[in-house]
Design a protein around this ligand. Structure first.
Ligand code: ZN
Length: 250
């Protein structure tokens, strides 16, 4: 759900190097969730991706309980200007779509309807995932708002639409029925991680001298795994010692 939403927010970013990061720090067993997207790619990780919880009464996965209903949702938009734009709101339910709706209302003052759904197979693999984000432009009149609210109610849960095999255009045409929606762009989305040795080295350096020295003394070398794509980066003792010289005293 978080990846679907972040991918949609990423598509709204125009520049090649612009990115959006959505972090959810909830008090549930999943721990922190992070998703990063730009115009067409997305990547994500969860502190604890394997959480076993009983299904909700309606038979759905209990996402709210896994994420937790207390905590924060933070959005960082990196437009490659001096400072990234950062906005943060308290979690509403941990169900993600509701939390994002609250974020857009409180932090960006954009009335938003967000629906997210994931169909999970019996072996826990994802059959399909999808969603929508409807946002009002300034000056939208009351009758438009009423029509959209009614359309969102009529549409129902996203998982049902996915089950019926509807694609993004299909969801849009249902939500904007009678409003003559115009499809401006279709953007393929893929899971992609841009990690490389240079970035991982920078992360090692940012640990600081004390922790790095400790790592060298205790482990000798280090195998660091990228949280987003599971790629392993090996650093020999000599390489760690070279990074140590660049680390700052803490
Ligand atoms: Zn990676």
């Amino acid at each position: 759900r978080l990846m679907t939403a972040t991918a949609m927010m990423g598509v709204m970013m125009k520049g090649e190097r612009e990115s959006v990061t959505v972090t959810i720090k909830g008090n549930g067993p999943m721990g922190t969730l992070v998703a990063v997207a730009n115009h067409g790619t997305v990547k994500a990780y969860a502190d604890n991706p394997r959480v076993e919880l009983p299904l909700r009464e309606d038979g759905k996965l209990d996402v709210g309980a896994a994420v937790g209903s207390e905590g924060t949702l933070t959005v960082i938009r990196d437009l490659h200007m001096k400072e990234p734009y950062v906005g943060s709101v308290p979690l509403v339910s941990g169900e993600i779509a509701e939390d994002l709706t609250a974020y857009f209302a409180a932090s960006e003052q954009i009335p938003t309807a967000c629906g997210l759904g994931v169909l999970v197979d019996t072996d826990q693999s994802v059959l399909c995932a999808g969603g929508y984000m409807l946002q009002l432009l300034p000056g939208a009149d009351e009758s438009t708002i009423d029509r959209l609210e009614e359309a969102v109610r009529r549409l129902g849960p996203v998982t049902e639409i996915l089950r019926q095999g509807s694609d993004a255009a299909g969801v849009l045409s249902q939500l904007l029925e009678g409003m003559e929606p115009e499809l401006l762009e279709r953007v393929p989305v893929s899971y992609k991680c841009y990690c490389n040795r240079e970035r991982v080295s920078q992360a090692v350096i940012s640990l600081g001298k004390t922790e790095l020295r400790d790592m060298i003394d205790k482990e000798g070398s280090a195998d660091l795994t990228c949280q987003f794509c599971d790629k392993v980066y090996h650093f020999s003792k000599e390489e760690l010692e070279a990074l140590l010289t660049e680390a700052s005293e803490d």
